[in-house]
Design a protein around this ligand. Structure first.
Ligand SMILES: NC(=O)c1ccc[n+]([C@@H]2O[C@H](COP(=O)([O-])OP(=O)(O)OC[C@H]3O[C@@H](n4cnc5c(N)ncnc54)[C@H](O)[C@@H]3O)[C@@H](O)[C@H]2O)c1
Length: 334
């Protein structure tokens, strides 16, 4: 089975590419290796794929998804039956400073992939959305049936737009699409702009950590292997329409939205405690107010993905943070 995977040098894309290779897929990886964060980290992830025992099944194209011509050449060459689009400008805070980065990758880039998926009659188009689309929901558990029309930052607005664009194409052209709303993903080879990485770096360098919302955040932290397992299950199974009237995460056409989270929300202060005990370092905390655009609490309802795909996340934060710290110490030699 051949698959086009965009964002393959990114945190989640790299882990997913490894999984596909292990399961004997041929992975056509696309990434522009942009400088949003360390290019070295992205190249080192790629090197792991180039050295994988199934490396023959990994083909890499350094291409930006906003370049339609270059993308089309890749589609012509490989004619993929499945496309997984993870390439995006991620990050909530960056979207306050550089909103146009999100237009380029998340709107233009996404549209290019969608148009080509239709043109090449892709059997299933899977793409990354985010828990941020739920905005400041007052609900304790966030479900796919909730209204998500009130994003509180631009990143979420572009991701919600992706879901709507996908719906239009599912409806117009019968293109099977699944949007996956990931909930705060963490783990080895993680993103340097995310809390776990920043906290670990500062704590090991005896520097203070910045704790936003005065430490009152609650997050449904999800270990990267559990996310990858969910994406893999969605990839493996043929898209089958279910009839659910009045469910905006299903439709009359082959369109689907799924949460992938842990359904086990953890207070940020507890997350920090586990990290402290794993590092053997007591953190010096600078408490800060809620940042503009930050969502306060997240907790994923995962009933839908459990029912449809037997998804079963099972990594406790103690285990997940330990794996991250072990990787961090080895990678940075500390
Ligand atoms: N990590 C999380 O907690 C989280 C949560 C919700 C949603 N997501 C979404 O999951 C996806 C993967 O996230 P991640 O954490 O691995 O982020 P990441 O930044 O590590 O990975 C994204 C990759 O896409 C590449 N990329 C960006 N723009 C591109 C373009 N125009 N053309 C080609 N490549 C491009 C980047 O170079 C990077 O390697 C993203 O769509 C993100 O929005 C992530």
């Amino acid at each position: 089975m051949k698959i086009i995977l965009t964002g393959c040098a990114g945190f989640i894309g790299f882990h997913l590419a490894k999984k596909y290779l292990e399961m004997n897929y041929t992975v056509i990886g696309i990434d522009n290796l942009n400088s949003y964060y360390s290019k070295k980290l992205k190249k080192d992830r790629l090197n792991q794929l180039f050295e994988h025992p199934k490396k023959r099944n990994f083909i890499f194209h350094k291409v930006s998804i906003d370049n339609f011509k270059a993308l089309k050449k890749i589609f012509i060459k490989h004619k993929p039956p499945i496309v997984v689009n993870l390439a995006a400008q991620a990050g909530v805070r960056h979207s306050l400073k550089k909103p146009l980065d999100y237009v380029k990758s998340n709107l233009i880039g996404f549209s290019n992939i969608l148009v080509l998926s239709k043109e090449f009659r892709v059997k299933h188009f899977i793409y990354a959305s985010t828990s941020s689309v739920y905005g400041n929901s007052k609900k304790n558990i966030l479900a796919e049936t909730d209204n998500v029309d009130h994003p509180i930052q631009f990143y979420a607005a572009t991701k919600r737009s992706n879901e709507l664009m996908a719906h239009a194409y599912s409806s117009l052209y019968n293109l099977p699409t699944t949007g996956l709303r990931f909930f705060t993903v963490y783990g080895p080879w993680g993103r340097p702009d995310m809390a776990l990485f920043l906290f670990t770096k500062n704590m090991l360098n005896n520097r203070p950590i910045y704790v936003f919302n005065n430490g009152n955040h609650i997050r449904d932290f999800t270990f990267v292997d559990d996310i990858v397992d969910g994406i893999y299950k969605v990839t493996k199974k043929k898209f089958i329409k279910i009839n659910k009237k009045n469910d905006p995460s299903e439709s009359f056409c082959p369109f689907r939205i799924l949460n992938i989270g842990n359904n086990n929300p953890i207070p940020l202060m507890r997350y920090i405690k586990v990290l402290e005990s794993e590092l053997g370092v007591k953190s010096k905390k600078f408490f800060k107010p809620l940042q503009k655009g930050d969502v306060k609490n997240t907790n994923a309802s995962i009933k839908k993905i459990k029912n449809l795909y037997s998804y079963n996340p099972n990594t406790e934060i103690e285990k997940g943070i330990k794996k991250f710290v072990n990787w961090y110490r080895e990678y940075f030699n500390v």
